[in-house]
Write a protein that binds this ligand. Structure first.
Ligand code: UFG
Length: 326
């Protein structure tokens, strides 16, 4: 298939694009390089630099490349930032996403995959969280993804656009030592912990140890980016049989302290840690129930926390400054 990958220069998009090419699909990356890195776009992908807000450009890309499917990663993705700048998320993520969806429908594209998020579940009745759980967005970021899921629902009913909404829990790890995670500014736990191990930061601050969890720190479900990539490809191949929505995680939660402990074991560095105040908006526990995608598509995540940290460490050690030093 020919797949248009928006945000294919970003962390998850570039890994999925790389995996698609490895499996013999054709890839066109559309990315404004606002957060993405040109060096992360896999060899063999066509690259268009541009913004989804530019509707004329999106139309041109659709007309010129005539994709069979769209995978939409391009997005603002920070929960905390969205609490400070809600309009950025509610405007850009929603309007740009709608531009893309509308253009895809107009050009006869029948398959669409949306990067969605665990931030839809701010008040889960059950842990682990099933995809049928009641949606309570935890932030304008989560709300923007919820709106896009609803837009896709209607586009399916009215225009027959088959979609998969994939709700990632905590994406992490590197595809290989030259394809990994780099954000500016970095806010995610695993890269920050590894920056301490590299000597780039003095310590890691644990955001609160008074949560109602066994060691008092927040519990998250860390899922390797290559396992996410497999889920995208399985979902893509299954789309003609109908639209679907899945939660994607390992189904096992680790506390912030457990992540730091595992990073110490993997890196051999003491990684000094200190407890600071809670970060607003952080739920105590988020763990995915991914039974639906396991049963329906045979998805099986292969990487545990240690393997995730080993792969991320290999990337960070080789590229201490990220893509900038290639
Ligand atoms: N944390 C710290 N110290 C830090 C950074 C993070 O203690 O310096 C803690 C956080 O409080 C949280 C955990 O580490 O408990 C993970 O934090 P991240 O910032 O790495 O990830 P989040 O769980 O906040 O968010 C991620 C993605 C979002 C997505 C969400 C869904 O960044 O896009 O997972 O679960 F919505």
């Amino acid at each position: 298939m020919k797949v248009l990958v928006t945000g294919g220069a970003g962390y998850i998009g570039s890994v999925v694009a790389w995996e698609l090419i490895r499996q013999g699909d054709e890839v066109v990356v559309l990315d404004n390089l606002y957060m993405g890195h040109r060096e992360a776009v896999p060899a063999g992908a066509a690259f268009v630099e541009g913004d989804l807000a530019d509707r004329a450009l999106v139309e041109r890309v659709m007309a010129e490349h005539r994709p069979d499917a769209v995978m939409h990663f391009a997005s603002h993705t920070l929960v905390g930032e969205s609490m400070a700048e809600p309009s950025l998320y509610l405007r850009d993520n929603v309007v740009n996403g709608l531009n893309l969806i509308e253009s895809a429908v107009g050009h006869g594209v029948r398959r669409f995959i949306l990067s969605s998020t665990a931030n839809l579940f701010d008040d889960p009745a059950e842990m682990p969280i099933k995809s049928s759980e009641r949606i309570v967005p935890g932030s304008p970021y989560g709300e923007s993804k919820h709106i896009l899921e609803r837009i896709l629902y209607w586009m399916d009913r009215i225009h027959g656009l088959r979609y998969a909404a994939l709700r990632y829990f905590n994406a992490c790890g590197a595809a290989h030592e030259d394809l990994g995670e780099e954000h500016h500014p970095e806010t995610h736990l695993i890269p920050l912990v590894l920056q301490v191990a590299l000597g780039q930061r003095e310590k890691i601050v644990i955001f609160g140890d008074d949560y109602p969890t066994p060691d008092g720190t927040c519990i998250r479900d860390y899922i390797h980016v290559l396992d996410l990539a497999q889920a995208h490809i399985l979902a893509l191949r299954a789309l003609d049989a109908g639209s679907r929505t899945y939660n994607l995680g390992n189904g096992k939660g680790y506390s912030v302290k457990e992540v730091i402990e595992t990073a110490r074991a993997v890196t051999g560095h003491p990684i000094p840690a200190e407890v600071g105040p809670r970060r607003p908006g952080d739920p105590a526990e988020l763990v995915a129930d991914s039974l639906a995608i396991r049963e329906e598509l045979g998805w099986e995540p292969r990487y545990d926390l240690r393997a995730i940290l080993e792969s991320a460490w290999a990337w960070h050690k080789k590229h201490p400054q990220g893509y900038g030093d290639q």
